[in-house]
Design a protein around this ligand. Structure first.
Ligand code: C5P
Length: 400
């Protein structure tokens, strides 16, 4: 599966750099064309000659070569994947901040290829809030992170921060370079929580962060789809997605309706308000006027409308945030809204749903297939959701 693919292998300056040599050798054995790039720090740990001898071409270290005036754009454009082994805290921080300080950071900013980073560092550095924050930013942008293992570190300490085993790194490269099973398809994802105005300053809102919707968008992009996000939040936009920014349920309805006819897959990950004030008051309601009576009316059920008018071949996915009777509520919603798949989560559980970086879900398909995904990061949930979508679509194709 890897044969003939082109991977830029970035090596940064950590003691685990020597293990990048083994990763390089295994990639080459698998038929990958490996383009090695080393940072100045990496050269303190391994020699260029070693990596040049094992990779598919000589190591590059500098932006300032005479043979190619723009090595960073060429390397980034031609790569099928960028793999960083090991990724130091410095590299992770520079990449998250968008700083181009050397050839490798330039390549990272100049590429549209998927990026896999394999952090390795001492436990204290790995657990530092700045490092974790930077990793969260990168994950949100669609970067794949191969988490370090726990084990013996340089200097004899034991803890998390040890570079993942080469097998795990190779498996991730294979997975990311795996089948582009959404290629040629248009995926529309809604994300965030709607905000319904009460007056000029107040809104009825909810706790949705939009992170799950953006993770689905990033995953769909990496699997070859064209992606539109209808969003109420300003998260980093996954590379290549088009974002339509909205606020209220009515605006979201209009934006999604405009995209729906052309969509192969619609994932309604947004938390849409069920009720809104009948009319927003002009200006600010004054406290002195006493407790206001806010009269509510139902919002349009976007998903139900999409389900009722679904074009042939479209796959419709809804979400169900529940606090009890998860499966029964999800199944009833699936049928009522004429969905192909519903992603149900119990948002009363720790680490699940709104605002978290993690989620745990039950996937209920219209064909009766039910599966669960235990607590994991939202990108992994996105992968499971789109795996189910592909399974449903393949079933439909073979049936038709
Ligand atoms: O019925 P409930 O609001 O729990 O359904 C949740 C699903 O329906 C979510 O996918 C949400 O995006 C969608 N929804 C909608 N329009 C609404 C309310 C919910 O599309 N007005």
């Amino acid at each position: 599966m890897l044969s003939g693919r082109r991977v830029v292998l970035g090596v940064t300056g950590g003691i685990a750099a020597y293990k990048a040599v083994e990763v390089c050798r295994r990639l080459v054995d698998a038929g990958v064309h490996v383009v090695p790039v080393m940072t100045a720090g990496a050269e303190h740990f391994i020699g260029r000659t070693t990596l040049s001898a094992l990779a598919s071409e000589p190591v590059q270290t500098s932006l300032w070569t005479e043979t190619s005036p723009i090595p960073h754009t060429l390397l980034g454009q031609q790569a099928d994947l960028i793999l960083i082994v090991p990724a130091t805290a410095r590299l992770i921080g520079a990449y998250a901040a968008g700083l181009s300080t050397d050839l490798l950071t330039n390549v990272l900013l100049a590429t549209r290829a998927p990026v896999v980073i394999c952090p390795a560092m001492h436990t204290e550095m790995w657990e530092h809030p700045a490092v974790q924050h930077n990793l969260a930013t990168l994950r949100q942008r669609g970067v794949y992170v191969v988490e370090p293992d726990e084990g013996r570190l340089a200097g004899g300490d034991i803890g998390r921060g040890r570079l993942a085993a080469p097998e795990r790194i190779l498996a991730e490269v294979e997975r990311v370079l795996g089948p582009r099973d959404l290629s040629g398809l248009h995926v529309v994802v809604s994300a965030g929580g709607t905000r319904e105005p009460i007056d000029a300053v107040r809104v009825i809102a909810n706790r949705s962060s939009g992170k799950q919707g953006y993770a689905i968008a990033a995953e769909a992009l990496s699997r070859g789809a064209t992606v539109s996000i209808v969003s109420t939040v300003d998260l980093p936009v996954p590379c290549g997605a088009v974002v339509v920014r909205v606020d209220t349920a009515a605006q979201m309805h209009t934006a999604i309706a405009a995209l729906a006819d052309d969509a192969d897959i619609i994932v309604m990950a947004a938390a849409v308000a069920d009720f809104r004030p009948v009319a927003a008051v002009d200006g600010k309601i004054k406290k002195e006027a006493g407790v206001p009576q806010i009269v509510l009316e139902p919002t349009p059920d976007i998903l139900a409308a999409l389900g009722a008018n679904k074009p042939a071949g479209q796959t419709l996915v809804g979400f169900a945030a529940e606090t009890s009777d998860l499966l029964a509520n999800a199944q009833s919603k699936l049928h009522r809204k004429q969905l192909d798949l519903i992603v149900a989560n119990d948002v009363s559980l720790p680490g699940v749903g709104f605002e978290h970086d993690t989620n745990a879900v039950t996937l209920v398909c219209a064909d009766g297939h039910v599966s669960t995904v235990a607590l994991t990061d939202k990108r992994a949930i996105a992968r499971a959701v789109l795996d189910s979508v592909c399974r449903i679509r393949t079933g439909n194709d073979s049936a038709g």
